[in-house]
Design a protein around this ligand. Structure first.
Ligand SMILES: O=C(O)C(=O)C[C@]1(C(=O)O)C=C[C@@H](O)C=C1
Length: 375
């Protein structure tokens, strides 16, 4: 390191940075005070409503549609040199901290710690949310349904492996709504106890989806070692941290949390491997202007039934973003369709499509209209 004094030029720029930082701090504090005032208004509105109707619902502090609008505006206004996503992440954290002043959020996620779902929860809610690990997807739904947690985060699809069928099935019976979505690029690593060598590995464990996403790599490098599916990548990392000879497939967060050595990095077969997660909550979300709607629908078992369900979307010019089929739990060889499309159920065109589908189908359930992922 050089022991020379900073040049006058460097000193001047640092002084400018100090001055800017104190201005930024002042503005952030002012913004946080505004958020506190918003909270007071929300509480007052609920109290006024309680006086009028006798009902006293909980004030809703978290506003996904507003957060999506704030982040979208920031990205649109950004003129560099920082990247759009970088400035959006900074504002994500500012809003997360402001919301925590209004009401700290409890978010249930499919754990244990170190899972990609935890990374998704932090990406969506920021670091001020309190993320609460759950052992299963069912527990995440149950915690939000019971009110023990405000929101939940569950994986729904992977770009290599397709839908997480358990999550889709859970939506059929739940009273919860989808209130948001978030995508995470998935990079898997082979992890083992610190100081382990590749030769010491006798068993590789991971969630079955992770094993599937690394199948070619495993076949090529580890054909003679046992592979075992476990309940989550976080669980795999937790075991690898205790059991010599056991290597786990998991991501950076798990490697860091359990202090594991990376024996091989980025071992997924598809470098664009991405997982999409859904945010579940108890309240409907008003339109943000850039929304998606998810629904589950089952038609009568007759020729052309699927075509009939899709025709209204084509007529109204509404883009489908996803369609999936699951066996109906109530009738043999009958199916339910999960359909996702652009728009909000309060949009006139979408409302027209929904009432048409209601006439044609034996079951239709809107799972939620929610802002498209901004980050
Ligand atoms: O606008 C609101 O309703 C707020 O509570 C403020 C704010 C923000 O910091 O901008 C904070 C939390 C909400 O989720 C959305 C936005």
């Amino acid at each position: 390191m050089s022991d020379t004094q900073p040049t006058p030029e460097l000193l001047a720029i640092r002084n400018r940075i100090d001055a800017l930082d104190s201005e930024i701090l002042k503005l952030i504090s002012e913004r946080a005070q505004c958020a506190q005032q918003v909270a007071e208004i929300k509480v007052a509105e609920v109290l006024a409503q309680a006086k009028e109707t006798g009902e006293s619902p909980e004030p809703v502090f978290y506003r996904p549609e507003r957060e999506a609008q704030v982040l979208t505006k920031i990205k649109e206004r950004n003129q560099g040199p920082l990247a759009d996503d970088t400035v959006a992440y900074i504002f994500r954290e500012i809003m997360s901290a402001c919301l925590a002043l209004e009401r700290p959020l409890q978010v249930a996620y499919l754990g244990p710690e170190g899972t990609y779902t935890q990374s998704a929860a932090i990406k969506h809610f920021g670091h001020a949310a309190v993320c609460v690990s759950q052992g299963t997807i069912d527990r995440v739904f149950a915690e939000v349904e019971s009110g023990a947690c405000h929101y939940g985060v569950v994986p729904v699809e992977n770009s290599t492996e397709g839908m997480v069928s358990h999550t889709l099935d859970s939506f059929i019976d739940t009273p919860l709504q989808i209130v948001g979505e978030v995508e995470i690029p998935i990079h898997h690593h082979l992890l083992a106890l610190k100081g382990s060598s590749v030769d010491s590995v006798t068993k590789i464990i991971a969630h079955q989806q992770a094993l599937a996403q690394c199948r070619n790599w495993l076949n090529h490098h580890w054909p003679h070692v046992e592979w075992q599916a476990v309940s989550s990548n976080g669980e795999a990392a937790k075991r690898a941290a205790k059991e010599p000879g056991v290597a786990a497939i998991a991501g950076d967060a798990a490697a860091e949390f359990y202090g594991l050595e990376k024996l091989a990095e980025r071992i997924e077969d598809n470098p664009d491997n991405t997982t999409r997660f859904l945010i579940i909550g108890r309240d409907e979300v008003p339109p943000s202007g850039q929304d998606k709607t998810s629904l589950v629908v089952s038609s009568r078992n007759k020729p052309g039934a699927l075509l009939g369900l899709l025709a209204p979307f084509q007529r109204e010019g509404i883009s489908l973003t996803r369609i999936d089929t699951r066996p109906s739990k109530t009738e043999k060889w009958a199916y339910v369709f999960f359909i996702e499309f652009e728009g909000h159920c309060q949009d006139t065109k979408v409302a027209a499509i929904l009432s048409e589908l209601e006439e044609q189908s034996i079951l239709i359930k809107v799972l939620g209209s929610y802002p498209r992922a901004v980050l």
